[in-house]
Design a protein around this ligand. Structure first.
Ligand code: ATP
Ligand code: MG
Length: 415
């Protein structure tokens, strides 16, 4: 008896055909644009010591308290599949002894992330992020440039229309202490109406309540004070400088005092690129300044700023599906012409032309195969052609046909 077909794990998906092409298109554009800004790409492990995330993201964050894939490995160590990559990049900066030299470092990454969430459109358990980090720069221009790189990626993908940069400041430590006191007063007055999670947050990290997704919490958050009156002059000046640079860089912004990031490590700038085109999953790119994170990993104070974007959400925004590559089909009319056809196929590939040789069947079957793979042209080799040192070049779009020497056919098919 045949066994039951196996299914992908809930919340995971296979990237095949158009899905892969969308994914690839997004990552390639991001790699190119960040390259223009001088970012270098890093690849860090997809699993880390659990402490890398527990320490940095904060124990009351949704990610750490509910969403991590953690397990004890066979050696007894607690391992976590990375739910995000900023902590891993900072850990790598420290582990590789890169905290003193060549700062700032600009790092780009792309890869899978893992969160135990309720799967829905735009929300998966294995998803992909691209991200950019500037490590070791305390200047507001770093914030503005990393954001501009993100904006340029959206533009390059043709999806910046209808996406807005919402930006806020979380101030410096002094601003946040004052703000925290005001928040505690506000939430304590509404304590009985808060969700159970948020009552715990009130004890441990009241700012986190601002990021709660609970309906009841949202109503209490709506009337909470904003940080603006509590900002120190230095924190205000920093934020003003970020906004000024963004204007110079041509990035349209909308200040939103409700933007707080869900993870503990942020200070000063916090931002999200949001759209109303994706329903509830409207945040496509999010980030901020995280001046204390490298220290959490055991390194020296290294002020840093960055963002991460969900590749699936960006992919969904792409208007058109990126075109599949169109090969040239090489068709031997019978087995006798196979050696000549194989050689011609290799000449095409060596010249940078995507080419496929049809493996079996008569001319009709092999032409069907050429159509099925979306070939732009067919090169047909029969007995006469081989004898005369020519090939039939059939343009499958125009329907034209020429008998020309193979070298000429290759030359025509380049580019
Ligand atoms: P959300 O509020 O949607 O849960 P988040 O604040 O948890 O987002 P971040 O940790 O800031 O998200 O991650 C950055 C980006 O990664 C998000 O803006 C989103 O585009 C994407 N992302 C996060 N979680 C998922 C997921 N489970 N599936 C797909 N994309 C995701
Ligand atoms: Mg989330």
């Amino acid at each position: 008896m045949a066994s039951t077909p196996l299914q992908p794990v809930r919340g995971t998906r296979d990237l095949i055909g158009e899905d892969f092409r969308r994914y690839h298109h997004v990552v390639t554009a991001a790699r190119r644009i960040t390259g223009l800004y001088g970012f270098e790409e890093w690849a860090t492990p997809i699993f880390e010591d659990t402490r890398v995330f527990a320490r940095s993201l904060g124990e009351t964050s949704d990610v750490v308290s509910k969403e991590m894939y953690s397990f004890t490995d066979r050696g007894g160590d607690s391992i976590t599949l990375r739910p995000e990559n900023t902590a891993g990049v900072c850990r790598a900066l420290v582990s590789n002894g890169l905290t003193q030299s060549n700062l700032p470092r600009k790092v780009f990454y792309a890869g899978p992330m893992f969160r135990y969430e309720r799967p829905q459109k735009g929300r998966y358990r294995q998803f992909h992020q691209i991200g950019a980090e500037i490590l070791g720069a305390a200047e507001p221009l770093a914030d503005a440039e990393v954001i501009a790189a993100g904006w340029n990626i959206l533009e390059a993908l043709g999806i910046s229309d209808g996406v807005v940069l919402e930006i806020n400041t979380l101030g410096d430590a002094e601003s946040r202490d004052a703000y925290r006191t005001a928040l505690v007063a506000h939430f304590t007055a509404h304590k009985d109406s808060l969700s159970e999670d948020s009552r715990i947050r009130l004890e441990k990290n009241p700012m986190r309540i601002l990021d709660s997704k609970d309906e009841g919490d949202r109503r209490i958050v709506a009337t909470a004070p904003t940080i603006q009156p509590y900002l120190t002059p230095a924190a205000s000046a920093f934020f003003a400088a970020v906004l000024k640079h963004l204007e110079t860089l041509g990035v349209p912004t909308r200040e939103n005092p409700r933007i707080v990031r869900g993870l503990d490590y942020y200070s000063h700038t916090a931002f999200e690129f949001v759209t109303d085109r994706l329903g509830a999953q409207g945040t496509v790119m999010a980030g901020g300044r995280y001046d204390g994170l490298v220290e959490e990993m055991g390194g020296p104070a290294t002020p840093s700023v960055g963002w991460a974007a969900g590749v699936e959400r960006l992919s969904m925004l792409l208007a058109a599906s990126p075109a599949a590559p169109r090969p040239v089909a090489v068709i031997p009319v019978s087995e006798a012409q196979e050696p000549a056809a194989i050689q011609l196929t290799q000449q095409l590939r060596a010249a940078g032309v995507t080419a496929e040789i049809a493996y079996k069947g008569n001319l009709k079957r092999r032409m069907e195969r050429a159509n099925k793979i979306g070939a732009r042209a067919a090169l047909i080799l029969g007995e006469d052609e081989v004898a005369q040192g020519v090939v039939q070049l059939r343009d499958l779009d125009a329907g034209t046909q020429d008998r020309i020497p193979p070298a000429e056919a290759v030359a025509r098919l380049i580019g």
